[in-house]
Design a protein around this ligand. Structure first.
Ligand SMILES: [Cu+2]
Length: 481
């Protein structure tokens, strides 16, 4: 470790310790800033607390509810969530790799999906040969922060909590007793938990207008709560040229890349799309296609396919140090929800600070390509962009039919090519199943080959070479090129 980096680590550690030590001072300041109206205080309650020995005695009782044994028999549904901390090498744009830290060999970590009121039994295992300890801080829980302390190599820890609040919640490594937390998170140790509302999601109302008898009037459209769902997790990379975490760059807020679900430009066209739309695998149809070729396997970029007139639900989390100005070029966000509360409707862009999330509901009315972006230009040009393709904007149904891939026209290309697995959450209370899911994401080869063996996913790097011939013939037969 060179001197500059080692000094920065010291500064990081001191900063974290400082925040921990002085946390109580901040709280004190905040409390003294408020005026307390004594007439509103329940004196009986105050006496009870005093007779119990003060607030400290009440607290352990509340935390005791998170005991795994007691919660297992509480009549609640128990969901097990098993994570393993693993340091691995993963690719970045430009044919290089970086030293990643992961939960279960993938970035982001697996998405946990539960229903409000479920018990989550979280088990974190750190293998013997892992180079460092790791912890896991689950934002969906409401338990003592001490629970999230790190686990040493060769050890396992477990805690349980009730997922009481609906919404999207981050989870992330807490470093080694908080030290290096920034390094572990920015190297890949983050993910989300989706907590579905116990009564399900709400119908979506979209305001439109219609014309009748020469008069324009409001025409509200209602969509069933069931939706086609995607997850989009924003973050940054702070890396040195040789792929190590650059703490100096992080402290200076000088990120080297913007990633969505762990990758820069993960959801842009690839050579198969070039072939279908331009008749040539080498003719790029988008300004940046860094993950173009089949040799990229699970890392080859893929597109996000939706139907027109379909209720689409996006679970979005900002894991990064920079704000996300979430916008979809060509669309309006029909509804924005945080927690289980609607924050906005018919809005163009919604701001997410660090470790903040939202659920966006929308409907794509017109066939076309729609770019989802962090509308910070520095973020867009460093990888914070992806494409939704709605309906059949490139008139490919005749091509797919001619090539014998489908019998009848399809309402989205997902029926032929599937949607990328890293953007598809587990099925929940009001999920519409994706027609097909392909293997895509910042996975280790072990994880990708396990997925391929399961038979649940389309392995496009094996399928595309088989259908490239028939597709080329179909394009020629239809006189496209
Ligand atoms: Cu870690």
């Amino acid at each position: 470790m060179n001197k500059r980096i080692s000094m920065l680590f010291t500064i990081a550690a001191v900063a974290v310790m400082g925040a921990t030590l002085f946390g109580s001072t901040y709280t004190q300041t905040q409390i003294s800033g408020q005026s307390i109206d004594m007439s509103q205080i329940d004196m009986g309650m105050m006496d009870k607390i005093r007779s119990m020995g003060g607030l400290q005695l009440v607290m352990p009782q509340a935390f005791a509810e998170t005991d795994c044994g007691a919660l297992a028999d509480s009549g609640r549904n128990v969901v097990e969530f098993n994570l393993t901390g693993e340091s691995v090498e993963l690719p970045i744009m430009g044919g290089k790799t970086y030293n990643a830290m992961t939960f279960n060999g993938q970035v982001p970590g697996p998405t946990l999906r539960v229903t409000q009121g479920d018990v989550v039994k979280m088990t974190l295992t750190i293998p013997d040969d892992e180079v460092t300890g790791h912890g896991n801080d689950m934002h969906a829980s409401q338990i003592s922060a001490l629970t999230f302390d790190s686990v040493n190599p060769g050890e396992t820890s477990q805690y349980c909590y009730i997922a009481e609040s609906a919404g999207v919640f981050k989870y992330h490594c807490s470093g080694v007793h908080l030290v290096g937390m920034d390094q572990h998170v920015f190297s890949g140790m983050y993910g989300i938990a989706i907590v579905d509302p116990i009564n399900g999601y709400k119908k979506l109302m979209v305001e439109k207008t219609s014309v009748s008898g020469g008069e324009v009037s409001l025409d509200r459209q209602f969509y069933d709560a069931d939706a086609l769902e995607f997850t989009l997790q924003f973050n940054q990379l702070y890396l040195t040229d040789d792929g190590n975490y650059d703490a100096g760059a992080m402290f200076a807020h000088q990120n080297t890349a913007t990633v969505i679900n762990g990758m820069q430009f993960a959801y842009v066209p690839n050579m198969a799309h070039n072939l279908l739309i331009k008749g040539d695998v080498d003719k790029n149809i988008f300004v940046a296609q860094p993950w173009n070729g089949l040799e990229n396997k699970q890392y080859q970029s893929q597109l996000l396919y939706v139907e027109n007139g379909q209720h689409v639900r996006l679970f979005i989390e900002n894991h990064g140090n920079e704000p996300v100005f979430f916008h979809i070029v060509g669309e309006i966000l029909d509804r924005v929800t945080q927690g289980n509360r609607v924050q906005s409707a018919a809005t163009e862009t919604w701001l997410l600070g660090g470790s903040q999330n939202m659920i966006v509901d929308l409907v794509f009315d017109e066939p076309g390509a729609y770019a989802l972006v962090n509308h910070d230009y520095a973020a867009i040009y460093t990888g914070g962009i992806g494409l939704f393709i709605a309906g059949d904007p490139f008139n490919l149904n005749p091509v797919f039919q001619e090539a014998g891939l489908i019998q009848a026209p399809v309402t989205s290309y997902a029926y032929v090519l599937g949607n990328p697995s890293d953007a598809v959450p587990p099925m929940g209370k009001n999920s519409i199943a994706h027609p097909a899911i392909n293997i895509h994401g910042l996975y280790t080869d072990d994880v990708a080959s396990e997925m391929a063996t399961s038979g649940d996913f389309a392995v496009l790097w094996e399928i595309i070479p088989e259908v490239a011939g028939p597709l080329t013939d179909a394009l020629k037969a239809l006189g496209r090129f």
